[in-house]
Design a protein around this ligand. Structure first.
Ligand SMILES: C[S@@+](CC[C@H](N)C(=O)[O-])C[C@H]1O[C@@H](n2cnc3c(N)ncnc32)[C@H](O)[C@@H]1O
Length: 217
């Protein structure tokens, strides 16, 4: 029944948000497996994709990541961080202090948000892989297609095929570059991919796949 389906969608999104708010209100940044002191792989790929200081860059599911610190610190002027968790963004803002002011902070679900403009660079490290439901993936990809300029780039990092099956206690979908390219569809041309072994704060290893796609016209 349509009523049931609509209700289910709302509940899913609300419980997803509750999960992440709980994570960011109960743990410090270096108590989560995905913490990186230096987001070097992401930063390198953003610069390799040709980003200039004027490029519009969005970090989807950016959480409390330090990528925004690096971007602002290197002079990037149009940076947006979007996350389901307001607490995550508040933690990043507290860390950045006045440097947070020019950043655009958006609390939203990436599967439901309506991009107000198109970006040159869409970056996502470890958010897309939580979308294990086909309907959610399709909703995300619709926003991605709308939210990246033709000729712009999407940099998406997920757990690799030999990465963990769960993150933060939630199941994830794992990808290599070919399966992610098939999932995103023909509007996104794979231009680069690399594997990256992430060391968690407690020293375990997680294999990530970073893939860079150019948005076709
Ligand atoms: C594993 S963490 C990675 C955080 C950050 N990208 C990093 O590399 O440190 C996943 C992040 O995605 C966010 N997230 C999960 N599902 C989301 C969704 N549907 N929309 C927006 N953010 C989401 C979570 O709140 C969390 O901050």
């Amino acid at each position: 029944m349509p009523w049931d389906l609509a209700g289910e969608g709302v509940m899913e999104s609300a419980s997803r948000q509750a999960h992440w708010e709980n994570v960011y209100t109960t743990k410090d940044e270096n108590e989560v497996s995905w913490f990186q002191q230096s987001p070097a792989p992401s930063f390198e790929l953003i610069t390799q994709a040709g980003a200039t200081h004027a490029s519009a860059i969005i970090d989807i599911g950016g959480g409390a990541s330090r990528l925004v610190d690096h971007l602002v610190g290197q002079g990037f002027e149009d940076v947006t961080v979007l996350d389901l968790s307001g607490a995550a963004l508040e933690a990043a803002k507290r860390r950045l202090e006045r440097r947070a002011d020019p950043v655009h902070w958006v609390v939203a679900d990436a599967t439901a948000w309506e991009p107000a403009k198109a970006y040159d660079i869409w970056h996502d490290r470890a958010a897309f892989h939580f979308l294990t439901d086909e309907k959610d993936r399709a909703a995300y990809i619709a926003r991605l297609t709308q939210g990246v300029k033709a000729g712009g780039h999407a940099i998406i990092a997920t757990f690799a095929l030999d990465g963990p099956e769960k993150c933060s206690g939630l199941p994830v979908a794992r990808y290599d570059s070919a399966s992610l390219a098939r999932t995103l569809g023909s509007k996104f041309l794979l231009v680069h991919t690399r594997r990256h072994e992430h060391a968690t704060p407690w020293g375990s290893r997680q294999m990530f796949q970073f893939s860079v796609f150019r948005r076709e016209a």
